[in-house]
Design a protein around this ligand. Structure first.
Ligand code: NAD
Length: 501
């Protein structure tokens, strides 16, 4: 019997009234592992109504009460790390250590949210005019919906919900329909931590459910993370419906390798950053830009390391990399590598036809290294989102910067060098939101914010950290006078001023 995965509405698990279901797969075996209940209109309306009521009460809860729940949730989440990692591996396919790592990065955001009192302190100006003070503070936006991708079923929802909840909002999560179990597990932890019903809900579904949230009059803000075309659509649709939106999109992350880099370090990092999680990370390095002789110096090391990557089911203790998410993903990766080959690129390591023993029906693709790729090839222009590293060769740092800046994506990038001058020039001139110097996956810690530029983010705010607090709150400025005795001072028809000019 397959498990059925339910919604979490107003504190209860329920199959809802939509009626439709969809299979969830274990990508390592290719077998159906569960049936997912999809929301109907009634479920959507019930979830939003519960969130609305809960948001009004939760916004009135003291910061002490809210953070007490956050601290308890942090404890429960930390204690559940291995259990959650196993759930992620069974539906996503990534190896257990990687899944535990994503829970850890989510935990960091919870810890940041535990200290939200510091971020909500506000500002005060004494005596701006005689007897008049001004203070500014921030209040919750209300009901927030988060729509999340398959590739981080724990971490990305935790980029959003802890900050939204700590700042006094109700949060509705619409997780990816490919690996939805982790979100229901997390909902149970919130309840156990003492979060009032309706403050955190999970609603399963696809486009229809997303559209329902984007257009619902009682949803105030949307946090989205996913591919660029959907991010753009979500941003346009939800802003047209008067909502505040942050929509993080896809990526094509370049790592520049300078000739003065330590080539062993660069090759190790590039291999892990390109093939970890089967390349299905928004910060995965998918393009290595080798400057001058760096190409010849690094290429053999990359071949050797790609061949050493152990591909297996994610539960195998020494596995480096698991399967990709669907057969469609596998087919897309195979097609793009095939096109590169036809266009004259050199396939140095070819994982297209990899078969993992005893997992013949799993959605596996092996590490693939493609050299002599040019910016016109689909292997360069498309987000492959698989274990493929393409190597582009250029002559100078200037050329590398021009290449990266001409790319429509601007999520993450890295430079490997031993020159402070090259690193400084690159970090200042590059049109990318997150930059690593000898660090391949520069995912900011939770008290900085995460976000790309250009087609990697639509909206004004990055996610989590200080930008997360700003996104989930609205500013208010209060001007106050408390005269000693109440006496009529006479009406003034001039525009109010501090009296200086
Ligand atoms: P996706 O865009 O297919 O799906 C993301 C979410 O949108 C899911 O919840 C899905 O149900 C919903 N959705 C899908 N099609 C829709 C439609 N037509 N209308 C409305 N909603 C729709 O992304 P994915 O395949 O789940 O995830 C991989 C993508 O996410 C990659 O492009 C990756 O780069 C990106 N990503 C970006 C970041 C970031 O921080 N910028 C982080 C993680 C993933």
């Amino acid at each position: 019997m397959t498990t059925s995965i339910k919604h979490f509405i107003n504190g209860q698990e329920t199959p809802g009234s939509g009626g439709a279901t969809q299979p969830v797969y274990n990508p390592a075996t290719g077998q159906v592992s569960a049936e997912l209940h999809l929301a109907g209109q009634e479920d959507l309306d019930a979830t939003v109504a519960a969130a609305r009521t809960a948001a009004d009460a939760w916004a009135e809860a003291s910061i002490a009460k809210r953070t007490a729940v956050l601290f308890k949730f942090r404890e429960l989440l930390a204690a559940s790390r291995d259990e959650l990692a196993a759930i992620v591996t069974s539906e996503h396919g990534k190896v257990l250590s990687d899944a535990a790592g994503e829970v850890g990065r989510g935990l960091e955001v919870v810890e940041y949210a535990c200290g939200v009192s510091q971020s909500l302190k506000g500002e005060f100006s004494d005596q701006v005019a005689t007897g008049i003070d001004v203070h500014s503070f921030r209040q919750p936006v209300g009901v927030v919906a988060g729509i999340t991708p398959f590739n981080f079923p724990v971490m990305v929802p935790l980029w959003m919900a802890p900050v939204a909840i700590a700042t006094g909002n109700a949060f509705i999560l619409k997780p990816s329909e490919r690996d939805p179990s982790a979100s229901v597990f997390i909902a149970r932890l919130w309840k156990q931590a003492g979060l009032p019903d309706g403050v955190f809900s999970v609603l399963h579904g696809g486009k229809e459910t997303v559209d329902g949230l984007l257009t619902h009059p009682d949803v105030d803000a949307i946090s989205f993370v996913g591919s660029t075309p959907i991010a753009k659509y979500v941003h346009e649709t939800a802003t047209a419906h008067g909502k505040r939106v942050q929509a993080l999109g896809g990526a094509k992350n370049h790592a520049v390798v300078m000739p003065d880099a330590d080539m062993d370090v660069a090759a190790d990092h590039l291999t892990a950053a390109a093939f970890g999680s089967a390349g299905q990370r928004c910060m995965a390095i998918s393009v290595a830009v080798a400057v001058g002789e760096a190409g010849d110096l690094v290429v053999d090391k990359l071949i050797q390391r790609a061949n050493d990557v152990k591909v297996a089911e994610g539960t195998v203790p020494d596995a480096d990399m698991g399967p990709v998410i669907t057969p469609q993903s596998k087919a897309r990766i195979q097609r793009i590598v095939g096109e590169a080959e036809q266009d004259g690129a050199a396939i140095l390591v070819d994982g297209r036809d990899l078969v993992v023993q005893d997992h013949e029906d799993g959605f596996f693709v092996g590490p693939t290294l493609v050299d002599r790729v040019t910016s016109e090839m689909s292997a360069y222009t498309e987000e492959i989102f698989g274990p493929v590293l393409v190597l582009v060769r250029v002559d100078t740092l200037e050329e590398a910067i021009e290449l990266v800046n001409a790319n429509p994506y601007g999520n993450g990038t890295a430079i490997f060098t031993s020159s402070g001058y090259a690193a400084r020039t690159y970090t200042r001139r590059i049109h990318v939101g997150m930059v690593g110097v000898n660090v391949p996956l520069p995912v900011p810690v939770a008290w900085h914010s995460f976000g790309g530029w250009k087609d990697s983010l639509f909206g004004d705010h990055h996610i989590y950290g200080p930008d997360g607090v700003r996104f989930y709150t609205r500013g208010k400025a209060v001007t106050t006078r408390w005269p000693e005795v109440s006496e009529a001072s006479g009406a003034s028809f001039a525009f109010p001023s501090s009296g200086k000019h």
